[in-house]
Ligand binder design. Structure first.
Ligand SMILES: Cc1ncc(COP(=O)(O)O)c(C=O)c1O
Length: 366
């Protein structure tokens, strides 16, 4: 099927570009001597994660327990939940998942969560692997102070149901950078901050096996990674207009697009497409990235999508020719948020559909 025969709006993935993006990031990690643990929050598609693992990824990272459950049921056996899991209901699910998955870990940053986890996992046969989340400048969850981190690690070591594995951070403030030098500085800080903590823990008798860091902008900017064991970029698999605006990807590296149809030409400077916020998402950037003024980039046109309602996109132009029924392709601002909106995506080569793939872990919020 040609992409022009697809019912719209629909999600397209360019096979050649995604393969390239996966291989380039894997090569980068191989050269730097770190493992690559891609964060699947970007695509939420087991078939894409399989491509990443086949290229050499050591395992996957997820943001939600429900994402971990989906990927475990698809046979993934090394899963890091890079988030804090709390409450009896979730911990019960975590317990069952831990018995299914060869290598599973979860993040903590408080004694309360450590104690909740240990209550369920103590004397239960298989220990739960635990990572301490570190705040390396994002100001989200995570600990900063070495003494506190040490105390929490010690408490985990003393829990019979838990195994302290290491430390984890995401320096997401990198998305607020204005220049590549700023990205490099944040990446450098993330690395040295984590190495310092890992050394402190080891010097104080805490076995710290994993030092896990990462984001897509930083992944491209890291210099030396001695002392870091793995990085967890996610967005690199597709890239998007946020990465283009940061200078961390080129437009022609963006592998994900939304195809949409012109449904109305109400005036000389405006056309309406069938992709609104339900297909393109309103996201223009996170963590202080406010460089983007439109709702995605329309390929091969000079127009701008300046407004969205739920089912309609408002394209403004300077007399550019559009036909009713014409298909337009849009590189979204935030690929991760857009994948969450679709049940499936079309894998394409040139303009031909090769495969339809499920976004199996979309909408998984718990
Ligand atoms: C904890 C964590 N790790 C890794 C990532 C992946 O970063 P990126 O989306 O820049 O690839 C994210 C993204 O939000 C994250 O929250």
């Amino acid at each position: 099927m040609n992409i022009n025969d697809i019912d719209t709006p629909a999600l397209l993935i360019e096979k050649a570009k995604i393969k390239d993006n996966i291989i380039k990031m894997q090569n980068l990690c191989n050269q730097k001597g770190v493992k690559l643990r891609p964060h699947i929050k970007t695509h939420k598609m087991p078939s894409i994660a399989r491509m990443q693992v086949e290229a050499g990824a050591s395992g996957i990272a997820v943001a939600k327990l429900s994402e971990a459950e989906i990927f475990a049921s698809e046979g993934f056996d090394d899963i890091q939940i890079a988030n804090i899991i709390i409450g009896d209901k979730k911990i019960e699910r975590l317990f069952h998942l831990n018995n299914k998955v060869r290598e599973l870990s979860v993040s903590v940053d408080s004694f309360e969560v450590v104690s909740q986890l240990n209550k369920r996992f103590q004397n239960s046969g298989k220990e739960m692997n635990v990572m301490i989340e570190i705040d390396s400048g994002l100001g989200r969850s995570g600990l900063k102070e070495k003494a506190e981190i040490f105390k929490l690690a010690k408490a985990i070591e003393e829990c019979n149901g838990l195994k302290f594995k290491g430390i984890l951070t995401h320096a997401g403030q990198v998305y607020s950078a204005n220049t590549f030098d700023e990205i490099r500085d944040i990446a450098k800080y993330e690395v040295s901050f984590m190495i310092d903590i890992a050394e402190f823990l080891r010097n104080n008798g805490i076995d710290t096996l994993i030092v896990s860091i990462g984001s897509t902008p930083a992944a491209i900017a890291y210099d030396l990674l001695n002392g870091i064991t793995e990085i967890r970029p996610g967005n690199y698999v597709f890239y998007d207009m946020i990465q283009v605006s940061l200078g961390t990807a080129k437009l022609n590296e963006c592998a994900l697009s939304v195809i949409s149809t012109v449904i109305s030409k109400p005036s000389n400077d405006r056309v309406i497409i069938d992709a609104g916020s339900k297909a393109l998402h309103t996201d223009k950037g996170a963590h202080g990235n406010d460089k983007i003024k439109t709702y995605g980039y329309v390929l091969n046109k000079t127009c701008s999508i300046l407004r969205l309602s739920e089912e309609h996109g408002f394209i403004f132009h300077n007399g550019e020719e559009f036909k009713i029924g014409e298909k337009v392709r849009i590189i979204p601002n935030h690929a991760c948020a857009v994948c969450n909106l679709f049940d499936f995506a079309y894998l394409i080569e040139e303009n031909e559909v090769k495969e339809r793939i499920e976004v199996s872990a979309r909408g998984k919020v718990t």
